[in-house]
Write a new protein. Structure first.
Length: 260
């Protein structure tokens, strides 16, 4: 039964990815023909595709809270690559991702075509990326970032990097904190986290071989960016997400010196 379940899920996932690849190729061709950036269309189609991709994964998703009606900078804790299709299905969004993802077969190309911005950790290009984020928000487009900069097992939060939230201040938009957690029998799911030395294929096979787990997504109260520093935004959003996740471990906060 487990092998049959895995085979059917792999087939379903492969069909969704194949269709997404075809769709991305068509939009890319259209952009070349009209010589115009079709980002709004790409965001809408990406949302549609991510909803199908999330539906091909063994999750039962419950969403709490209200979706924002105005463009905002979404910030969320980061547990797994699966956060992206699950959150991206809620609203048309663009993402900020680590540069390594760009090199992933198929997935990296799809992420690029969906309008994902890539940042190389430690390369000193955060200022340039910050300007890109600001332009994106000023054009009325939603963005989602993972301020921890990496994934965790979902049992604690890493430091939220304030410099990534400066774009909310520069563009005058609010921050939308989002808390996501994966549960199995009421406890943190040990299969969903994509951490450490995990590779994509091994994690995917483990995930698809397991029974479905619960995913809770909580859209928290937006945080106004006016009259706040980037580190205040980082602290407030981090504290809100930690509270929503009911974390018992201390939350590590940034200082101005660390974020500079």
């Amino acid at each position: 039964m487990t092998r049959l379940r895995l085979a059917l899920r792999l087939l379903h996932l492969a069909l969704v990815i194949a269709f997404g690849t075809l769709l991305a190729g068509i939009v890319s061709l259209c952009e070349r023909v009209v010589r115009h950036d079709l980002m709004p269309l790409r965001q809408r189609l990406t949302r549609w595709f991510l909803a199908r991709l999330g539906g091909a994964l063994p999750f039962r998703v419950r969403v709490e809270g209200e979706l924002p009606t105005q463009p905002m900078l979404w910030v969320a804790n980061h547990v797994s690559w699966t956060d992206i299709p699950l959150l991206g299905a809620l609203q048309p969004l663009s993402f900020l991702s680590k540069a390594e993802v760009r090199a992933w077969p198929v997935a990296g190309w799809l992420a690029h075509k969906a309008g994902t911005l890539f940042i190389r950790r430690g390369s000193g290009d955060s200022s340039q990326v910050g300007q890109q984020l600001t332009r994106h928000l000023q054009q009325g487009r939603n963005l989602l970032i993972f301020p921890e900069g990496t994934t965790t097992d979902g049992l604690a939060l890493r430091t939220f990097h304030g410099r990534l939230l400066a774009s909310a201040i520069d563009s005058g938009v609010a921050v939308q904190p989002v808390a996501i957690r994966y549960l199995r029998d009421g406890q943190p799911c040990p299969v969903a986290p994509f951490v450490g030395d995990d590779d994509m294929l091994s994690h995917l096979l483990r995930l698809l071989s397991s029974s479905a787990c619960e995913v809770e997504i909580r859209l928290l109260e937006p945080i106004a960016s006016e009259s706040r520093s980037r580190n205040e935004l980082a602290r407030h959003s981090q504290a809100a997400i930690a509270c929503a996740l009911q974390l018992d471990t201390p939350v590590m906060l940034q200082t101005e010196a660390e974020a500079a």
